[in-house]
Design a binder for this molecule. Structure first.
Ligand code: ATP
Length: 356
């Protein structure tokens, strides 16, 4: 990508004998909002702390705007951090919290005041300037933490699960608000989350991490529609996935024999290969005689989940590599646990991966 702003190269970090970052590289463009997404313990926070300068890499380098900052202490990196618990100073007011970093930088009070006011306005907290931060709601505290990080005009903003303490509704509002705010400011930001929906909502690109490495770095739609591995398929979104064996291959397409029937998918695997075919839940319809270009399978429903705007059918499949979730805008009459259903989905939307 052009205009690379953050470049992490060959980053490795161990704690004792455990390797937490494993030769990881990441390039982020100026103004881009990238999420680090992965399960607990995959190294997201460690990578963030290394970028912030709170931890030292064992090997590799970190550069911001072309300058290697690996050896600089945290306070000289000009990187803003919003922590999970916000880490606000409870004995200070909103304005004093926001002004703290400016005072630490030696900015005189007269010059700091308009910058604090500007940061307060940015997060729409101007009328709360003189409140103690202990008298704010979780969402308001979160805004103060973002304003405090932005007021020192960092070259990079790091956010470590900033919404985890908020309830679902507020979290959704804050996600959209933060994305909008960061775009307005034009700052490059790295955001840690283990919540895939949150990552899809806020990010320009998402780095899916697995055991100290980046498994795939892509925009949300690509990650969802073209996951690079079974790990990414399973971590981002749901799917119907069936293990099988390739029975025929050629012209960029494979035919796979699965437990539920024969499936065709774009791909290249040798006949005899063990693979997993998968399709996203919303690509599946219940149709006995679909138009051409589709796979058809016969399945049985084990459970129905009503989710409001859509209904999920869980398919009756033995535990193991097969997993079945299908999503319909509305449930056709007469379908419930135990129903036999005809599934149809476009061959073009069918994915195929090497079996784990
Ligand atoms: P979470 O979502 O749970 O915060 P994470 O992906 O952010 O997970 P990290 O916090 O980066 O994961 O931790 C990665 C691994 O490193 C974990 O196994 C953790 O226990 C270990 N770890 C983190 N910090 C230290 C430390 N200071 N000393 C020893 N081990 C650590």
């Amino acid at each position: 990508m052009n205009d690379q702003h953050l470049a992490v190269r060959g980053a490795s970090k161990r704690f004792g004998t455990a390797s937490v970052l494993d030769d990881l590289s990441l390039a982020v463009a100026r103004g881009e909002f990238v999420s680090l997404l992965g399960p607990s313990g995959c190294g997201k926070t460690t990578l963030l702390r290394c970028i912030a300068g709170l931890l030292r890499l064992d090997a590799g380098s970190i550069a911001v705007a072309g300058r290697d900052i690996s050896a600089l202490p945290a306070h000289r990196r000009n990187v803003g951090v919003v922590f999970q618990n916000y880490a606000l100073f409870p004995h200070l007011t909103v304005a004093q919290n926001i002004g703290f970093g400016l005072r630490a930088q030696g900015v005189p009070a007269a010059a700091a005041a308009p910058r604090i006011a500007e940061a307060l306005a940015l997060v729409r907290m101007a009328e709360f300037a003189d409140r103690p931060v202990t008298a704010l709601s979780g969402g308001q505290q979160q805004r103060v933490a973002v304003a405090r990080a932005l007021v020192v005009r960092p070259t990079l903003l790091l956010l470590d699960e900033p919404f985890s303490a908020l309830d679902r509704k507020l979290r959704e509002t804050m996600q959209v608000e933060l994305k909008h705010l960061l775009r307005e400011v034009g700052i490059t930001a790295i955001f840690v989350t283990h919540d895939q929906e949150e990552a899809l909502v806020v990010s320009d690109r998402i780095a899916v991490m697995n055991a100290g490495r980046i498994e795939q770095l892509a925009d949300p739609a690509t990650l969802y529609q073209r996951p690079a591995s079974l790990y990414v398929l399973d971590f981002v979104g749901q799917s119907m996935r069936l293990g099988g064996t390739v029975s025929a291959a050629g012209l960029g397409e494979v035919t796979v024999e699965t437990r539920l029937g024969t499936v065709r998918a774009p791909g290249a695997f040798a006949p005899g290969s063990r693979v997993v075919v998968a399709v996203r839940p919303e690509a599946v319809t219940l149709t006995e005689t679909p138009p051409g270009g589709r796979n058809t399978l016969a399945a049985r429903v084990s459970e129905v989940s009503f989710l409001g705007s859509r209904t999920q059918l869980h398919l009756d499949l033995p535990a193991g590599e097969d997993r079945g979730v299908v999503e319909l805008p509305r449930l056709p009459p007469g379908i419930g646990p135990g129903s036999a259903v005809p599934l149809a989905f476009p061959i073009a939307d069918t994915m195929v991966f090497p079996a784990a």
